[in-house]
Design a protein around this ligand. Structure first.
Ligand SMILES: NC(=O)c1ccc[n+]([C@@H]2O[C@H](COP(=O)([O-])OP(=O)(O)OC[C@H]3O[C@@H](n4cnc5c(N)ncnc54)[C@H](OP(=O)(O)O)[C@@H]3O)[C@@H](O)[C@H]2O)c1
Length: 263
């Protein structure tokens, strides 16, 4: 059945050194993700947007980075394997330009077997560096969601390096509108997307009500840094809640998975 491929089966090499407990946790999270995606595609029959997984790692006190402008590796080895399994299960992976500028990630699947998802970067002003890892040979060239007001020369340079520019409307704050972005990538064949951050992107997807499931890795440390949420103001009066929550242990980390509660 076509819908059952909203999230792909991802295999991982349990000989990678993780404990049986971590292996079962990873297996369970991938299985639940597939079921949630299947339920989504059955409910949203015409599938006008992809299934959206929001996934990030945070400290005990909710920080996702040491402080604005700095990368911090929070996930342990086993949680990283889970993250790569989740990546392999999705058609696309999405981050904001802030994450590209600070972390310069590859966004590929390296720790499990499986295909790397299509990288998508939200970058309204085309601040994307021409020497970013995503533009290196061997990586899938990124799709860049942009406002169209960016400098034409930069746009041309990015295209020459393989990037596909997707022009989208912006809101009053000059940021790319999430709804139209999701509709567009669905039309481009994306049935599931994993949103990995950073803070502003996490907030925007939750505020837009465009998240279906969340997978949060909680590392056993306190970090004085960048909170996972840009602001709580926009969630008032009703902050999002999770349903069908499960808690798994992967190495020293706690992994929480849940479906966003529907009104
Ligand atoms: N722990 C984790 O799991 C994890 C994962 C990823 C990232 N991070 C961390 O997060 C930090 C980066 O977070 P960040 O908040 O600075 O940057 P970000 O969320 O990665 O990107 C935000 C930028 O995207 C652009 N944007 C365009 N439209 C947007 C929209 N609708 N909503 C939100 N942003 C939009 C804006 O720049 P323009 O106005 O120029 O377009 C905005 O400044 C880094 O320190 C990184 O290490 C942590």
């Amino acid at each position: 059945m076509r819908n059952s491929k909203t999230i792909k089966a991802a295999t991982y090499d349990s000989a990678g050194g993780q404990s049986d407990e971590s292996s079962s946790a990873i297996q369970a999270i991938l299985e639940k993700s597939r079921n949630a995606a299947l339920e989504f595609s059955t409910r949203a029959r015409r599938m006008e947007r992809p299934f959206v997984t929001l996934s990030f790692a945070q400290s005990l006190n909710g920080s996702i980075a040491a402080r604005p402008g700095e990368q911090l590796i929070l996930s342990g080895a086993d949680s990283m394997i889970m993250t790569h399994g989740l990546r392999a299960a999705h058609d696309a992976i999405l981050v904001g330009i802030g994450t590209i500028l600070i972390d310069n990630p590859q966004l590929t699947v390296r720790l499990v077997e499986g295909h790397s998802p299509q990288p998508i970067v939200i970058d309204s002003r085309l601040r994307f560096p021409l020497n970013a890892k995503l533009l290196m040979n061997g990586n899938k060239p990124p799709w860049i969601a942009t406002s169209g007001t960016a400098h034409k020369t930069k746009a041309e340079s990015l295209r020459r390096r393989g990037a596909r520019l997707i022009t989208l409307p912006t809101g009053v704050n000059g940021r790319i509108k999430i709804g139209p972005l999701l509709k567009r990538i669905r039309r481009l064949g994306v049935r599931s997307v994993m949103v990995e951050g950073g803070a502003r992107i996490i907030s925007s997807f939750l505020e837009a009500g465009m998240v279906d499931q969340m997978v949060i890795t909680i590392a056993p440390v306190f970090v004085d840094g960048l909170n996972a949420f840009e602001t709580y103001e926009n969630f008032k009066p009703s902050a999002p809640r999770l349903n069908n929550i499960e808690y798994h242990k992967a190495g020293a980390d706690l992994i929480l998975r849940g479906d966003i509660e529907r009104p």
